[in-house]
Design a protein around this ligand. Structure first.
Ligand SMILES: Cc1cc2nc3c(=O)[nH]c(=O)nc-3n(C[C@H](O)[C@H](O)[C@H](O)COP(=O)(O)OP(=O)(O)OC[C@H]3O[C@@H](n4cnc5c(N)ncnc54)[C@H](O)[C@@H]3O)c2cc1C
Length: 426
């Protein structure tokens, strides 16, 4: 890996000083990259650009000062992780890597003038722009489910206060209650996520509220790693988790938070705790900036993650439609590296780096039982397709699965350092 070449730009509380300075004075002769979104996609781009052999002026725009990872948030729900252990700041990126971190929200992109407007009033010029804003929910996908309803029946699909709310609801739920997950249609963030959540909530119930049940109302008729999940549910939580596919219940039509009911085209389900995960699309900034196509997702060039709709703007992470790559933090991190190398090549004349794209996911079935999948991708005719795929097997021993739990925890620590830099050593 190339060494970090610059340090100590410091941590900017706002963008005012950046905007107040003329372009040349703020960036000097350095090319400037503005990165919007400090999640796994955007933060990785910023960190890898900061390690460029030739200096680049990097500005990371992210409204939150603390980022809670969706990955491992199901472990927090089960009581297996603290909230603090899945939450990260941006101090290391600023102090050790010289990334100028601006805690504000981007509201508008001018691709012709090459500027980004921030909610706080500043306008940031850029030479290259990276947009990594994650997802939004499709409005009206489920009648009655809006932002106010999400405060009563949380989605907890963008980790943070929603995740803490769902945990409090689990704690408050009486033993013998029903926890209902509405699982979204494809494509959505983290294909095994809703079913890992069912497993982790059942693990919590098994330990604390053994008469309770998890009900999954699915918009689909099948799901990722279904055999592995269902075998483990039978083994760990017999009779506790019920999965109802679309062909049994019909479409999910509406929720009523007052009566805590979920209406499908054939039935009405009453629940004690409702976890509604609606259909998804690229986040609103991507939609409004014309970076998304009619599918609601952002098409990108496979090797560089440059927008197919606006030259000079790159996109990584869940907002994109990157061929066969899943919407995962691992994929966002891989795409971010390919994107950072492509930008470095374009701006500094550095040697091109051939991107390697792969994805590994660990999924928890029980506190001592995890599985994994590993996917290799290849780019062919501009399409990112699957070259090879490996899954955990159904007949693995308890020791193998316990080993995967240890690997998953080690992966989490190494992976989050790769995104936000080493914790506690700034
Ligand atoms: C329950 C659950 C479990 C998961 N488990 C795994 C797992 O085990 N492994 C795995 O690899 N993935 C997992 N994922 C998926 C993973 O969390 C996402 O794929 C990943 O977070 C996507 O990263 P991103 O950077 O694209 O988007 P995000 O993480 O959503 O980050 C986007 C950032 O952009 C910011 N932003 C948005 N709009 C603006 C704006 N206008 N201006 C400035 N900033 C903006 C947001 O504040 C946010 O911080 C899981 C997801 C869930 C929900």
């Amino acid at each position: 890996m190339r060494p970090c070449t610059r340090r100590g730009f410091g941590f900017l509380a706002g963008a005012t000083c950046l905007a107040a300075m003329p372009r040349a004075a703020s960036a000097g002769p350095l090319p400037r990259v503005v990165v919007i979104g400090g999640g796994p996609g955007g933060a990785t781009v910023a960190r890898y650009l900061a390690m460029s052999a030739k200096p680049i002026d990097i500005v990371l725009v992210e409204p939150k000062t603390r980022f809670t990872t969706c990955f491992f948030s199901n472990l927090y729900l089960a009581g297996l992780r603290s909230f603090e252990s899945i939450t990260f700041g941006y101090e290391v990126l600023a102090d050790r890597y010289g990334v100028k971190v601006v805690h504000d929200r981007a509201t508008e992109i001018d691709p012709v003038g090459r500027t980004v407007q921030l909610q706080g009033g500043a306008r940031l010029p850029y030479d290259r722009l990276v947009v990594a804003p994650g997802i939004a929910f499709r409005s009206g996908a489920i009648a009655g489910y809006d932002e106010a309803a999400a405060e009563i029946m949380p989605h907890a699909w963008m980790a943070g206060p929603q995740t803490e709310l769902l945990r409090r609801q689990l704690e408050a739920m009486p033993d013998g209650g029903v926890f209902t997950i509405v699982a979204p249609p494809e494509p959505y963030r983290c294909p095994p996520g809703p079913y890992e959540r069912a497993s982790m909530v059942a693990a919590y119930f098994k330990a604390h509220k053994p008469r309770s049940k998890v009900l999954i109302l699915d918009t689909k008729d099948g799901f990722f790693e279904q055999d592995l999940f269902q075998e483990s549910w039978n083994r760990h939580y017999r009779g506790m988790i019920e999965w109802l596919p679309n062909q049994f219940i019909g479409d999910i039509l509406a929720v009523d938070v007052k009566t805590r009911t979920i209406r499908t085209s054939t039935q009405v389900f009453k629940t004690d705790v409702g976890n509604i995960i609606p259909a998804q699309m690229a986040a609103s900034l991507a939609q409004q900036a014309g970076l998304a196509d009619p599918t609601g997702w952002c098409p990108v060039v496979a090797e560089t993650f440059e927008s197919k709709l606006h030259a000079g703007i790159h996109l990584v992470g869940d907002a994109t439609s990157p061929g066969d790559m899943p919407k995962s933090a691992f994929a966002a991190n891989m795409q971010a590296k390919a994107c950072a190398f492509a930008i470095e090549t374009a701006l500094t004349g550095a040697d091109p780096v051939r991107p390697f794209l792969y994805n590994t996911c660990y999924t928890f079935l029980a506190p001592d039982d995890a599985i994994s999948d590993a996917i290799d991708f290849k780019i062919s005719n501009g399409h990112i397709g699957i070259a090879d795929i490996e899954f955990s097997r159904m007949d693995e021993s308890g020791a193998v699965r316990a080993g995967a739990v240890r690997e998953a925890n080690a992966w989490y620590d190494a992976f989050t350092q790769d995104i936000w830099g080493e914790r506690g050593r700034s």
